[in-house]
Ligand binder design. Structure first.
Ligand SMILES: Cc1ncc(COP(=O)(O)O)c(C=O)c1O
Length: 934
């Protein structure tokens, strides 16, 4: 059996089993006739062959025949030949050499393998390799003949090479799609069975797709359709082909949306071979990268304002030649601008860039995708400006990224802050409960403002890895407000599309599911039943709507969903590469033009083409190996978690936060404390049902017991001593993110570093004097005791609230833009030291911030322009020992509004509508005396 469990992929188990097999086989040969050793080695080998047995049939290399041959040699006691064969296979797997040679005639002959094993350089330069699954119930002879037939079509100038895996049943096919990440295409033939003929019980956790039990009662076409749908749910990127013997024209009419092509069996396999290559070529194409590369190879005379183009200002320089030495020449050869060289324009793409964005839309499952070169910070501002007009109400998580705060301020939105649940023990926030969102929507409905609510803006997943049930949030909100627009900030979640369990919780997949669902007659029937129970939603009472699950009215709902992703954070792209994905049923009628204007507002007229090309390539990689890389990422994260939590020394000082630490039980319907650690089926269950789940690839380690504060741990220990970079800490935690770039070696290095830190700490503690020990214990106590509670949003000052013509504002939204710009007049502002603010608050006065005040960490604004100070905020600020507080000047204190400004703005508001231009200070009367807190 494998030493450690497989969490979501068998990749590490398989790799480790082949390596151990090679080692044990070599020892077996050396052991010769020493019986007791032979027996124990043989036992180990039998165990390893049993681990590999059920897996190998899903992979083309080494293939079932070669694996059986190895097993036979072992059973027959031909240990020399067995060891040679196993060693050859393992070396071919470890060096990736199998990608360069057809997996035929594997022999227990060392010379043969020496010819197969290629130097790394040669493997890297070889044509890309992939595997194709053929699903048909056939004999071994037929299988070999089919494989040979497909191989005969290979040509030296084919862009790729592939091998074939033949499986007989639907169950095997789904398992293969889940396990074999090298598959790029699947050919479904008419005759396949439902259940596997092999014992796959050890793999059942990976067959996470439930398919109807009565499969064999369906017609062959229906079976093909069921299989195609199930495969697409696991791997939407796979090219699916159908081969059939009957009425191909008729079937094509009915099933073509499931399959890329449908072939008649008798037409032979050449067309199929060409289509397979063509399908992968379509994803491999990187039109913008290719155009940029061709441009870079052309000699040009540049009289454009671009001296660096073709390296011209560098290669002749006497002083900056090291720039070329370091970066290489190609990057400068590719430096260009839209107006030179026939490349496309980012602001008005019509050629390769447009095509690159269309390919990205296909890969990420959106209707439109736009590339952005200044990060998701800019992407967020573009989307908000495109959709929100001054005075529109936007509901937003207060802990969202600063780009939203600035974007909403610029747009003149009336902002309603939503409260995420706090995790005081770790000084961080979770996510916004659905009840809080519905509660705010219903309050706005009561105040007669629902028609002004434009958008809900949430971060999925949060920095710390809390993931929403995206579809449910949208369903329930749309039930209350059928035209609500959603902006999901997926800065940290671009990779999620490529894992079957994560995918349903992404904005684009949820939007697509919602659109499909609303069209289904069964859904309409379900809604009719719901409407009968609840009555017209517009008339239903708040209590009912708050406490039951709501579903949207298919006749009124418009699905309007936007997501912004920092491709550079979780997939491959140069820094700042970001994408906006859109699935908005009203985009072309209502948004396209304002979107274009917003895009122009925020985009440079000299965008960096290298970033755009890297987005194009990042998309290609995600489309072809995203599934593999994300599987490995999650597996690496789980190994990191295990290594920390099971290490005797590390576990004394550190522990990985798990789902139950970060997500209170009331948000976990499944009741599962550690979804993936307790087995993949549990992860599936939790991810299907829970209001929030935790992304296991974000590993937050609790370090309270070290007595070292998070920021100091990051700077003095991880970065300065070991060069380990991380980007988030809290008072007593450090967050380690695993990405598609994380390797097993980097996980091992991190463990080494953590063990080193723990050892140092242990040694230091042993030498402490009693006074030092007492100081250390105090530090531990401070870090392990709950901190001052994270403060709720205290509210906008009435001058910035939206009273909707009534004397008192019933809902809390505020005009951040007005509050922000009023402070441009210095005479309206003053600085107050924290003690002075405290004194005034204690006296019952309202003290109002002119600006965002953001301590880092935790990195969210504790105060926004126009917000009143509260005793809770002051207590929280007092408890912080972070040196970095944006918007606060240690020499002067907080910048707050002088009373006269508040009085003036209150008067001005009566004369101008919400979200209108800020009051012009010059024509206002002087303010009356300070107003007590009301
Ligand atoms: C939730 C969230 N959104 C947006 C951004 C900004 O992304 P970018 O760095 O791509 O500008 C960040 C950055 O950390 C973030 O955490």
């Amino acid at each position: 059996m494998p030493n450690s469990p497989a969490y979501n992929s068998l990749w590490q188990v398989r790799t480790d089993a082949w390596s151990s097999l090679e080692e044990s086989a070599a020892q077996l040969v050396l052991a010769g006739s020493q019986n007791h050793q032979v027996e124990s080695l043989a036992e180990t080998i039998r165990g390893l062959l049993d681990v590999l047995g059920p897996i190998e049939r899903f992979w083309a290399f080494p293939g079932t025949q070669s694996f059986q041959k190895a097993r036979r040699l072992f059973t027959e006691g031909k240990y020399d030949r067995f060891a040679t064969l196993v060693s050859g296979i393992n070396r071919a797997l470890a060096t990736d050499s199998f990608r360069t040679s057809p997996a035929t005639n594997l022999d227990a002959d060392a010379d043969a393998f020496d010819r197969v094993i290629k130097p790394m350089e040669q493997v890297r330069k070889a044509r890309p390799y992939f595997e194709v699954l053929i699903v048909e119930d056939m004999t071994e002879q037929q299988e070999l003949a089919l494989v040979e037939e497909m191989r005969q079509w290979r040509r030296p100038d084919d862009p790729f090479t592939y091998e074939i895996v033949v499986l007989h049943s639907l169950e095997d096919a789904l398992m293969a799609a889940r396990l074999n990440f090298r598959l790029q295409a699947c050919v479904v033939r008419r005759r396949f069975t439902h259940r596997s003929r092999y014992d796959s019980s050890s793999l059942h956790q990976f067959a996470d797709m439930i398919v109807a039990d009565d499969l064999m009662e369906h017609s062959p076409d229906e079976r093909a359709q069921i299989l195609a749908r199930a495969l697409a749910r696991i791997r939407p990127e796979l090219d699916l082909y159908l081969m059939t013997e009957i009425a191909v024209e008729d079937i094509a009419g009915r099933l073509s949306h499931h399959f890329r092509r449908i072939f008649h069996t008798r037409e032979g396999s050449l067309e199929l071979h060409l289509s397979i290559l063509d399908g992968v070529s379509a994803r491999y194409r990187a039109p913008f990268f290719s155009a940029l590369r061709s441009y870079s190879q052309r000699p040009t005379g540049v009289f454009h304002a671009l001296p660096i183009s073709h390296g011209k200002s560098i290669v002749e320089s006497h002083w900056i030649r090291d720039m070329v030495d370091f970066y290489g020449l190609d990057i400068f050869l590719a430096e260009t601008s839209a107006t030179c060289g026939g490349l496309d324009s980012l602001l008005e793409p019509t050629g390769p860039l447009r095509e690159a964005q269309q390919l990205a839309a296909e890969t990420f499952g959106s209707r439109q995708t736009y590339f952005v070169t200044n990060g998701t910070s800019t992407a967020n501002k573009i989307v908000v400006q495109a959709l929100v007009q001054p005075g529109d109400i936007v509901l937003v998580d207060r802990n969202c990224h600063q780009s939203h705060h600035y974007g909403l301020m610029l747009a003149g939105a009336m902002v309603t802050y939503l409260e995420a649940y706090p995790l005081n023990h770790y000084s961080m926030y979770g996510a916004v409960p659905l009840k809080e969102i519905k509660g705010q929507l219903l309050a706005l409905r009561r105040a007669g403002k629902l028609d002004r609510v434009k958008m809900l803006l949430l971060t999925n997943c949060t920095f710390d890895g809390v993931v929403y049930d995206v579809r449910r949030v949208m369903e329930e909100c749309l039930a209350i407000k059928p035209d609500l627009i959603f902006l999901w900030d997926e800065a940290w979640f671009a990779f999620a599309r490529f894992h079957p369990i994560y995918r349903p919780r992404t904005a684009m997949r949820a939007a697509r599911t919602l659109i499909d669902q609303l069209r289904q007659p069964v859904y309409r029937a379900e809604y009719a039943k719901f409407a009968e129970e609840v009555g017209p939603v517009d008339a239903a009472d708040d209590e009912t709507l708050l406490n039951r699950r709501l579903i949207p009215d298919p006749a009124r709902t418009r699905v309007r969903v936007y997501s912004t992703q920092s491709t550079h954070k979780t997939l491959t792209s140069l820094r700042q590469g970001s994408m906006i994905h859109i699935t908005d049923q009203d985009f072309s009628q209502k948004v396209e033009e304002t979107f274009h204007e917003a895009y122009m507002t925020h985009t440079s007229t000299s965008p960096n083409y290298q970033i755009l090309a890297s987005l194009d390539l990042g998309r290609r990689q995600a489309a072809l190996e995203g599934f593999e890389l994300v599987q490995k990422q999650v597996e690496n994260a789980m190994r990191l978690r295990d290594a920390v939590d099971h290490h005797p020394l590390l576990s004394k000082y550190m522990r990985c936060l798990m789902t139950r630490d970060v997500i209170p039980v009331e948000y976990r319907e499944s009741g599962i404390d550690q979804p993936l650690r307790s087995g993949l089926p549990n992860m599936i269950k939790a991810w299907e049902s829970d209001e929030f789940v935790l992304d296991p690839s974000r590993v937050t380690i609790y370090i309270g017991a070290t007595g070292i504060e998070g920021d100091a741990f990051k700077r003095s220990h991880l970065m300065d001593r070991y060069g380990v970079q991380i980007n988030k800490t809290s008072r007593n935690t450090v967050l380690f993110m695993t990405t598609i770039g994380t390797t097993r070696s980097s996980v091992a290095y991190l463990i080494e570093v953590l063990v080193d830190i723990a050892r140092d700490l242990e040694a230091r503690l042993a030498d402490l004097s009693p006074t030092e020990r007492a100081a250390h214990e105090r530090a531990v106590l401070r870090l392990t005791a709950p901190s001052a509670p994270l403060p709720d949003f205290s509210g906008f000052h009435p001058s910035f609230r939206d009273a909707n013509g009534q004397p008192d504002a019933a809902t809390p939204e505020g005009d951040v833009r007005r509050a922000f710009y009023l402070s441009y007049n210095d005479s309206y502002c003053e600085y107050l030291k924290p003690e002075e603010v405290e004194q005034r608050v204690e006296n019952g006065e309202q003290v109002v911030s002119t600006t965002y005040v953001t301590p880092y960490p935790p990195g969210y604004p504790v105060l926004v322009p126009g917000q009143v100070f509260s005793p809770e905020i002051l207590a929280f600020m007092r408890s912080l020992d972070t040196p970095e507080i944006h918007g606060y000047r240690p020499d002067l204190g907080y910048r707050v509004y002088a009373d006269k400004a508040l009085e003036i703005t209150a008067t001005a508001r009566q004369a101008s509508p919400p979200g209108g231009n800020p009051a012009s200070p010059s024509d206002q009367k002087p303010p009356p005396a300070r107003r007590p807190r009301g």
